[in-house]
Design a protein around this ligand. Sequence first.
Ligand SMILES: Nc1ncnc2c1ncn2[C@@H]1O[C@H](COP(=O)(O)OP(=O)(O)OP(=O)(O)O)[C@@H](O)[C@H]1O
Ligand SMILES: [Mg+2]
Length: 241
Amino acid sequence: MLSLELRNVTKKFGAIKAIENLSLAIHHKDFLAVVGPSGAGKSTLLRIIDCLESPTSGDLLMDGVNYEKIDKASIRQRIGMVFQNPVVFNTSVYNNIAYSLRFRKVPDHVESKKVGDLLKRLHLTNLQDRKAITLSGGEAQRIALARVLVYDPQLLLLDEPTANLDPYNASIIEEALIEANREYGTTIVIVTHNIFQAKRLANKVAFMLDGKLVEYGDARSFFEKPSNPKTKAFIDGEIVY
Ligand SMILES: Nc1ncnc2c1ncn2[C@@H]1O[C@H](COP(=O)(O)OP(=O)(O)OP(=O)(O)O)[C@@H](O)[C@H]1O
Ligand SMILES: [Mg+2]
């Protein structure tokens, strides 16, 4: 189980307000897409949830408990983060995926089962002995996702994970995300510039503009009858400021 709540979160970088007074509740098993133009504060939002930044003011709560009362390591153990540009270690694909399990001292037979499962889910089985740094960007992103999914995060955060990928690699990643959400109950927050991807994947959508949450709701009503004209303009592909 995992739920997350942000209450009046503001993040300033000097004079820049990257996030302004943002309140949002994410429920267990939600698949939330965060959309909005460049500079809206989307990545900052993910980084705050993942404890990579702390808010200037406001509160975050995980399962009703304030982040300030939980140590960062145990918050981050429950969260997996995937960035736009994948980072892989200079070792085999298999070892890349097994890495976090070895760190957690998981028994060998559990490791081989879990890694084998993730290799299959990300269509990487035939690449398992290859050196990860020799692979394509799309393959590397699939490894980055497998490496996070292997430790069963309860909350998965993804920052434009398919922005640089071709449709084949993007679709493998989308399938794996749908499976994680539906079969394994992983709560997911994905930042995407791709409205079609948000429509395909998400049950909730948040539209951010200039650090503020302009609209947040069920995917269907978000796309079919947005309440804010700026949301409608954004969905229609207009440039919104
Ligand atoms: N470490 C930082 N120092 C100073 N300013 C920052 C920092 N991180 C983000 N910002 C600023 O905060 C604002 C929001 O940035 P953020 O990266 O969250 O936007 P974004 O919505 O993810 O944009 P994009 O779609 O281009 O990735 C921007 O004005 C950015 O320049
Ligand atoms: Mg960003």
